[in-house]
Ligand binder design. Sequence first.
Ligand code: KIV
Length: 269
Amino acid sequence: MSIQAPIRRMTAPQIRARKGGAPIVSLTSYHAHTAAIVDKHADFILVGDSLGMVMHGMDSTIGVPLDLMIMHGKAVVRGTQRALIVVDMPFGTYEESPNMAFRNAAKIMKETACGAVKLEGGARMAETIRFLSERGIPVMAHIGLTPQSVNTMGGFKVQGRDEAAWQVHIDDALAVAEAGAFALVVEGVVEELADRITAAVDIPTIGIGASKNCDGQILVLEDMLGLNPRVPKFVKVYGDLGPAIERAVEAYAEEVKTRDFPGEGNVYR
Ligand code: KIV
């Protein structure tokens, strides 16, 4: 008789320990069924607030409510067994104070059973990251192009084109690492700056539109599957699900219109 060992989920400290080691694979996912597929290959899955734009047709992530993150977080946790699940804290739920951040991060963790939260911001969020980390909440930080700051950045703009600004980003990375973040998403910065950040910090950097030399990479699943008509320039598209879905829907519509499908399925016999 063989006894199967229970599958253990990846933890935040295990991701933290991968600094400089085997590249960390991660993707976003917002639903149980896609998460179950991603779970076979990813070290962590991010329930990103990009779901507001990708799933709900919003123009930015600003309008994403906490309850929506919790609902999608629950679905992704239900659909997975092994990857660490990280849930984004949406705009307006953590910036005001460490206390507010703790209240909302604890709500996310209790209701979804995820293993960590992510929040945007560098040095200005260091106090909050320390407050959460010291109270049992693993925090992934996110610097560079931070989509929740779209209105102050004046758009989704690549950061660090001007070398004079690099030190600010490097200081942001050092501040969140020192405050206890277990990993750091570096989004939309020029390659050399991403490399400097990776070399400067002792926690793994997770690149998105940054550099292949980051300790790991993340992409929005729908972008790399060819499901999003508005993909950022840097994204390599690995699938063509948009056209594939279109072909399937067209074929179905044709069969419905010509009453062609009953013999082949879609009716109980
Ligand atoms: O919301 C999101 O999906 C993200 C990733 C793009 C890193 O923050």
